[in-house]
Design a binder for this molecule. Structure first.
Ligand code: NAD
Length: 499
């Protein structure tokens, strides 16, 4: 890992191109990708592509679709298997890039890369099951029947920076293996890791135009045009609720010349809750709360940013959570494997999180963290911060902060805790710690989240172990890494021939 960090650092400051139809282009108008631990350190420069580039990329994707859609599923799947094998071989380089570009700890980077490999391996196999689903039909002797799941067309792939490898690789791989062609626009904070993933596919021999790659410092410029373009058939987006809703609205508007209703696959934010009742193993609960709230600095959509504790054990759990948070080490993760928390992603996130910390001091009691961390390099470091006695309807309990800030909420009893947990606009993940069987059963029935975890932390979903995706304002009810995910990228065609 140390060698990989040195190797990635030795390539710092290079300028990378955009790619349209297999052709690379560079521009004088570029933006920088920076190390959030030392923002003065520029990892790479990427072009600010224009609306005209976006149109050309979509046309290139549409041209490539003419042949790619008829490429056999077996062949398409092999590009994913090759990319996965190459990523496995270059795993430390991918990890090191995320440590430097996103401020991940070594362990969090390893998890991200492992998930990217899992997504590619899994979707490569799923498409074989899906491509010809005729065996699922009832035999009907007068006719010969076929049920095919065929691709949609050109897709806009718009990932976030927080799982810059796994989510980007997963959405791209799913779209391509299903026979679609895409324009991929990585998040502006993490274009370098996006470039490295795209390169794996190109190196695997993917035909020109199947995967086009554009970047811009402002996500709305290229991303907005990708969503709006009449030749775009679907959008795969993971990111904030605000942007997701905007994409949903834009995609719904039929543009002149558009021949279909666009499909929007949207994975958005969460305000996830961990419930602890008076029968729970309190040490395990506190450990789960700390891991769920502060892993990758709380910058996970699945992060448990609310801990709802029943009154009888509130103080005991609060004490353990504060002790656990204080044990986490904070610093530049590129210097040591032992640092558990790195910087938050950028200046904007730093300021937003700090304003929520100011708000928390008014809405509750600061139990630990909160203070400004000075760093010589102006890194965006925020300590794990816990507020006690936050009201269930306070802003700190309702709004996604996306940083290392945890709100403790007091509940009268288990029913009250469940009611509080369900009372947000989101519905992504949730956890319950209890040793009472009937309460775990009640949570299964009543806790309205896409990913429910009982007696364990609410983060860390594994591909095809915990298919992942949320309800309500957390998304469009899809499950990444699950057996039905590829259906989102296809349409069913039923064919009957009279014999
Ligand atoms: P974001 O919404 O700011 O950006 C996401 C992507 O959208 C980026 O690529 C960005 O450039 C692009 N974008 C921005 N404006 C756009 C526009 N007008 N049109 C088209 N594209 C546009 O989100 P982020 O800060 O990158 O990611 C953090 C958010 O992602 C959090 O809310 C988190 O909960 C969510 N998230 C959800 C999941 C999930 O599976 N549900 C997973 C990871 C992250």
């Amino acid at each position: 890992m140390q060698q990989a960090l040195a190797a990635v650092q030795s390539e710092m400051g290079r300028t990378y191109p955009g790619v349209i139809g297999g052709e690379r282009f560079t521009l004088t108008d570029t933006f920088a990708s920076r190390n959030p631990a030392r923002p003065g350190e520029v990892l790479a420069h990427f072009p600010n592509a224009t609306v005209a580039h976006t149109d050309r990329a979509i046309e290139a994707a549409a041209a490539a679709f003419a042949t790619w859609q008829h490429t056999p599923a077996q062949e398409r799947s092999r590009y994913l298997l090759k990319a996965a094998a190459d990523m496995r071989r270059r795993r430390f380089e991918f990890n090191a890039t995320m440590v430097l570009e996103a401020g991940k700890s070594w362990w969090e980077a390893e998890i991200d890369t492992a998930e990217a490999i899992d997504f590619m391996e899994y979707y490569a196999r799923q498409i074989l099951r899906l491509a010809d689903s005729s065996h699922m039909l009832t035999a009907y002797p007068p006719e010969q029947l076929q049920l095919q799941y065929i691709p949609l067309g050109v897709g806009a792939i718009i990932p976030p920076w927080n799982f810059p490898n796994a989510i980007l690789a997963g959405m791209t791989a799913a779209a391509i293996v299903a026979g679609n062609t895409v324009v991929l626009k990585p998040a502006e904070q993490t274009p370098l890791i996006g470039w490295k993933v795209a390169e794996l596919f190109w190196n695997a021999g993917l035909p020109d135009g199947v995967l086009n790659f554009l970047t811009h410092a402002d996500g709305a410029v290229v991303g907005g045009r990708m969503v709006e373009h009449p030749q775009t058939r679907f959008i795969a987006f993971t990111g904030s609720q605000a942007v997701g809703v905007k994409i949903y609205e834009t995609a719904a508007r039929v543009q002149p010349g558009q021949k279909w209703l666009k499909r929007a696959i949207l994975e958005m934010g969460g305000k996830n809750a961990v419930i602890v009742d008076e029968t729970a193993d309190l040490d395990a609960a506190a450990e789960g709360i700390v891991a769920g709230a502060f892993g990758f600095q709380g910058q996970k959509c699945s992060a448990g940013s609310r801990a709802i504790l029943v009154d009888a054990i509130y103080d005991a759990v609060a004490q353990r959570v504060v002790a656990g948070a204080q044990q986490l080490s904070l610093g530049p993760t590129d210097t040591s494997a032992d640092i558990s928390l790195g910087p938050v992603i950028d200046q904007e996130a730093y300021e937003r999180i700090r304003s929520y910390i100011d708000l928390g001091a008014r809405e509750g009691t600061l139990l630990t963290g909160g203070q400004v961390i000075e760093s010589n390099d102006n890194g965006y470091f925020i300590p794990p911060t816990v507020f006690g006695d936050i009201a269930a309807d306070a802003r700190l309990a309702q709004e996604e902060i996306f940083g290392p800030v945890l709100a403790l909420i007091r509940a009268k009893d288990f029913d009250d805790a469940l009611r509080i947990a369900n009372n947000t606009a989101y519905g992504l993940t949730g956890a319950v710690f209890s040793s009472r069987r009937e309460r775990l059963e009640q949570a299964r029935r009543e806790f309205h989240v896409g990913n429910l975890y009982l007696n364990r932390k609410c983060t860390g979903a594994l591909v095809n172990v915990h298919p992942f995706g949320g309800f309500n304002m957390s998304g469009t009810d899809t499950k990444a890494g699950g057996p039905d995910y590829l259906l989102q990228f296809t349409q069913g065609k039923s064919v009957a021939e009279k014999l």
